[in-house]
Design a protein around this ligand. Structure first.
Ligand code: NAD
Ligand code: DAU
Length: 345
């Protein structure tokens, strides 16, 4: 089976490629990635010379290049995206281009090249805020809040329209917040871990009581593989860690595990439009595909801390000039930078 994976040089995609190569024989993988600031071939160093793996640099928005790389593939697993909510607020165009137009380009190619299975990787953010105590099922309405989540919801609707109208054999996964090795440190969990290492302020948006469902990336990789191999065409599958926690609880747990004081916690101006709570019902994954999350949160957090400690060279490589100027603009000068984004200033 030849597998065309988009965005395989990013956090989840690179974990998925290593996962599949370590578990399955008979898959030939083409990793197609534009290598944006978030894409990093160092994430794949351990498999770069594997005989069943190859890399092609290109954008999913470039139909000709994507077609050439996709030709001969049996299945597509589509991870590529502009994945950071904050960046989509600061500069929405890349999220719309890649997440909406790029997905459209791939869907057209999948029809043309008669792809046998198209797995579209989406997110729980498409459901928007959940009320306290409420959980989203696969049938909940789509109510995205940010340009990122709106672009992902748009791409989900495009995928579902291609299933219905053209009979494209596609399935969708919607997962919660992943964490684990190789996550770019713009995201909350690795940002907090790495700032704790450096005794730097831990930026908590607003009151820190927003809730997220935390899922270890290995659990997500097992789920995506199950959906690829056994998911039913046209279906959507929620994938969550079933562990919904407040951001403050996560930051405090990380401080305790690393052994640093809570005085590092620093409350900063909130993200515009910030969703309060995400929470998923994942019964369908368990009932239909026999999947449930296996990594307990505290175990996963300990392993993740250990990984970042052991991979200082990788970390230094990604906290480069682009990251440092991003950090300075949106953290050190946060109030003035954010003021310019909202309509009322
Ligand atoms: P990431 O930002 O770490 O990686 C994204 C990858 O896509 C990078 O390698 C980047 O170079 C590549 N890419 C971006 N634009 C591209 C383009 N135009 N053409 C080709 N490649 C391009 O993202 P991630 O956290 O690994 O997320 C992967 C997928 O999972 C995304 O679709 C995201 O929406 C979804 N998702 C992520 C999470 C999470 O917690 N990280 C949760 C739910 C869903
Ligand atoms: O829920 C799935 C989504 O999870 C994915 O679709 C996205 O690709 C992924 O980035 C993630 O989105 P979030 O916005 O939930 O993740 P992020 O790590 O940016 O933030 C997690 C929470 O922590 C959120 O409530 C905002 C807060 N936060 C984040 C950062 C970066 C802070 O308080 N301080 C920070 O510095």
């Amino acid at each position: 089976m030849k597998l065309f994976i988009t965005g395989g040089a990013g956090f989840i995609g690179s974990n998925f490629i290593r996962h599949i190569l370590s578990l399955r024989k008979g898959y030939k993988i083409v990793n197609y990635d534009k290598l944006t600031y978030a894409g990093n071939l160092a994430n794949l160093e351990s498999v770069a010379a594997h005989p069943d793996y190859s890399f092609v640099k290109g954008s999913i928005c470039d139909a000709n290049a994507a077609e050439e790389a996709m030709r001969g593939a049996d299945a597509v697993v589509h991870f590529a995206a502009e994945s950071h909510v904050d960046r989509s607020i600061y500069e929405p165009a890349p999220a719309i281009d890649t997440n909406v137009t790029g997905t459209f380009v791939l869907l057209q190619l999948a029809r043309k090249l008669r792809i046998e299975r198209f797995v579209h990787i989406s997110t729980d953010e498409v459901y928007g805020d959940m009320l306290p105590g409420a959980f989203a099922s696969e049938n909940s309405p789509l109510q995205p809040s940010s340009p990122y989540s709106a672009s992902k919801a748009s791409s989900d609707l495009l995928v579902l329209s291609y299933v219905r109208t053209y009979g494209l054999p596609a399935v969708i996964t919607r997962s919660s917040n992943n964490y684990g090795p190789y996550q770019f440190p713009e995201k909350f969990l690795p940002l907090i871990i790495t700032n704790i290492f450096d005794d730097k302020a831990l930026p908590v948006y607003g009151d820190g009581k927003q809730q997220r469902d935390w899922l270890h990336v290995e659990d997500n990789c097992r789920a995506v593989l199950a959906v690829l191999e056994r998911g039913r065409i046209g279906e959507v599958y929620n994938i969550g860690g079933l562990d919904v926690e407040e951001n403050l609880t996560i930051a405090r747990t990380l401080l305790r595990l690393i052994g640093k004081p809570e005085t590092l916690l620093t409350y900063v101006k909130d993200r515009p439009g910030h969703d309060r709570r995400y929470a998923l019902l994942c019964d369908k994954m368990e009932k239909d595909l026999g999947w449930k999350p296996e990594v307990p949160l505290e175990t996963g957090l300990r392993q993740t801390i250990d990984w970042y400690k052991a991979n200082a060279k990788w970390l230094a490589g990604v906290r480069d000039g682009e990251y440092l100027s991003y950090y300075e603009k949106y953290y050190q000068n946060r109030d003035s930078s954010l003021r310019s984004f909202t309509h009322r200033g």
